[in-house]
Write a protein that binds this ligand. Structure first.
Ligand code: EAX
Length: 323
């Protein structure tokens, strides 16, 4: 081949390669979640990524990032600077107040009850509300039933929590329930919790087994009390501005990925519920069964009339009586 022909041929090949590359350049999207990659949120994010990338034939490339400030994550989704987020419902009520009804303590009997409600008409209506906030509520995830933990101070009965400083989520429902029990609720983002426990700024905190386990709170807290005082849902949120650029077929792919992520999330919550307490004991945590959970319910009761006013006694009854 003459030199000039060779150059022309190479240029043509290069041009071809780069247009093909351009046509196939995957669209980069980001999903954030709180807690480590091995947690019920982290694993769910991996499933989400796998399904999106596979089903789209690689047209989307999903980057997973950990972001423990869940309010910031939701704000970024709302602004469109990140495409998806996964987290607890802690800060979600700031965007859609109606979702706070799910945070009312002692509302759900067990996981089947909670899942039935969030997957059913009540939960689905809540998800639709996000559209008005520039957020797509793709699905309810699950964080788990929350339990109290403390550092040095031993809590043997609900009266013992009186005067304790307990970190709560930045969620007014959680705060008023604990205030009713005589606690000094100290709200902060999840990202601020480990240093607060380390420095003893608070006497304790409350979170589900999957969170305590994956974040090694056994290293920061001595006691775990199985209070199960409230079911903590999670949310898989998408950015409306991103969503509006998707074809109907691609939306189906993302919804499929969301469903699969929910399954992974629930499977991991179940595994943690099954093995977590034994594992935490093995790590040295003093885990206390709570024989009289009703006493905690009683202690938080003074907050109920206000919850009924906020969310409607009817709705709370419907949720409670779901079968
Ligand atoms: O999403 O803030 C909390 O305590 C949440 O349960 C945690 O971030 C998991």
């Amino acid at each position: 081949m003459k030199r000039r022909t060779f150059l022309a041929a190479s240029a043509a090949t290069l041009a071809l390669v780069s247009t093909t590359a351009l046509a196939q350049a995957p669209r980069a999207i980001t999903i954030t979640h709180s807690s480590p990659a091995s947690s019920h949120f982290g694993l769910a994010a991996i499933t989400f990524k796998e399904v999106v990338e596979k089903e789209s034939g690689g047209r989307f490339k999903v980057t997973i990032q950990r972001l423990d400030n869940e309010r910031e994550a939701l704000e970024s989704v709302q602004l469109g600077s990140q495409e998806f987020s996964m987290g607890s419902t802690g800060p979600v009520g700031n965007f859609v107040p109606a979702v706070r009804a799910l945070d009312v303590p002692f509302l759900f009997r067990d996981y089947a009850h909670a899942r039935g409600v969030v997957d059913g008409p009540i939960g689905q209506a809540m998800l639709k509300e996000f559209n008005r906030r520039n957020i797509v509520g793709l699905a309810f995830l699950e964080n788990g039933f929350r339990h109290l933990t403390t550092g040095g101070k031993l809590v043997e009965k609900p009266e013992d929590v009186k005067g304790l400083k307990i970190r709560t989520m930045e969620n007014p429902v959680h705060m008023s329930a604990w205030r009713a029990a005589g606690v000094l609720p100290t709200p902060m983002a999840f990202s601020e919790l480990p240093p607060a426990l380390q420095q003893g700024t608070v006497d304790g905190q409350e979170n589900p087994i999957p969170i305590i386990l994956s974040n090694n709170f056994n290293q920061l807290q001595k006691y775990l009390y199985l209070t199960g005082h409230v079911y903590s849902a999670g949310l898989l949120a998408g950015s409306q501005s991103f969503w509006s650029t998707l074809s109907e077929a691609d939306r189906v792919i993302f919804m499929k990925a969301a469903k699969a992520a929910v399954q992974t999330n629930r499977d991991k919550v179940e595994a943690d519920e099954r093995d977590g307490v034994a594992e935490l004991r093995k790590r040295g945590m003093d885990v206390r069964e709570v024989a009289n959970r009703a006493a905690y319910q009683e202690a938080m009761k003074a907050a109920m009339p206000d919850f009924e006013k906020q969310f409607g006694a009817d709705l709370l009854r419907q949720i409670r009586e779901w079968k």
